[in-house]
Design a protein around this ligand. Sequence first.
Ligand code: CMC
Length: 436
Amino acid sequence: MKPADYKATLSFSNGSASVELPVYQGTIGPDVIDIRKLYAQTGMFTYDPGFLSTASCRSAITYIDGDKGELLYRGYPIEQLATQCDFMETCYLLLYGELPNAKDKQNFTRLVTMHTMVNEQMQFFLRGFMRSAHPMAVMTGLVGALSAFYHDSTDINNPKHREIAAIRLIAKLPTLVAMAYKYSVGQPYIYPRNDLSYAGNFLHMMFATPCEEYKVSPVLERAMDRIFILHADHEQNASTSTVRLCGSSGTNPFAAIAAGVACLWGPAHGGANEAALNMLYDLQKAGGVAKIGEFIKQVKDKNSNVKLMGFGHRVYKNYDPRAKLMQQTCNEVLDELGLHNDPLFALAKALEKIALEDDYFVSRKLYPNVDFYSGIVQRAIGIPVSLFTAVFALARTTGWIAQLDEMIGDAEYKIARPRQLFVGTPQRDVKPIAQR
Ligand code: CMC
């Protein structure tokens, strides 16, 4: 770490001596107070459940300004990447730090394309699952199992292993997600095709059958590619922090990414796109647009525990920039498929309008997040609701790997081991069972 940019003084009201703490400035964003020596200096820990004020690492990958509604991958605004680059270029950027030139892009895309097949044995592993299993349960198992199938790239301290594991994960995730889907509907698996783009190949593996030719729609292919770009990384969110924490023990990259998949599943994180669509279905069943007022009343009632899924964000207190881009894609896809008047999509639009005008949401800076629209787009494309989070995991895999790699290359990284404020019973003696 560079020398401190300035110092902070921490003083105590109990007469303990004050301590000086180094403060560092990043290139942008809030400065950080370095508390690593705090325990040694004072015998105290800091307390920050949920990491509301804690930077868990230093990183040069993704930057979010939640108040401005700004998202940068390696310094590039998400709006420029989403409109001027494709997912392969975005992956390259996240992994290597710079956008590829034409030759680099061609080589990288070729490398990923050559790794899209999975070991044939994977099918038999998949067969052990119930066909009704949730795709995220299946994906947690399949991604974890990659370490058993590709044992020659599991040494996290070997840069070559890490690079091969990264390419394998990026290349094979679409194949695994599509296999999980085909298995759930009882259709034969469709092998990847090397003449298709990353997004086009995913759609092909999802929707083709051996019975007839499947033509990838360029509008849907672009929409899928945009979903991947927008979900590729999001700085130190819950699943990324899980991947870093898991990887900090020295476990292999496949295991660390499987931990990220498991964390992403939760409805407050990646599971929100599925929860948002299910919320729309429930509202539709209850009466649709006519019932929005009643539903919003429940959302505002603190005792109801009902949330407007797909709204609000821990970091964005302004419009999520990804949501704006996804909203454009949503309109393109609904146009392409002639679904603008579909009752479910009309309901989503009505809900969005009301929530954006309602003082409860406005005053709390609760805007639609990316998941609100990505769920609608995926549903329109024909992806089943239960698979949404698996698609998110597929896209986020690149970010997870880039962050894991960055951590391992950081000379200051240590096994992550948070401390606690203990509030349980102090030491006591076990009584004989008859006296308890
Ligand atoms: N519906 C209704 N009220 C909400 C919502 C919502 N979706 N989100 C936040 N609030 C209220 C919350 O009750 C609180 O009200 P009050 O100040 O009166 O107590 C206020 O807004 C501040 O919210 P918070 O819960 O302190 O904010 P947080 O940063 O802890 O939570 C969140 C962020 C994303 C977990 C939450 O907004 C939420 O549960 N949203 C719905 C789930 C969702 O869409 N998640 C996807 C996040 S984006 C994808 C990703 O990055 O994983």
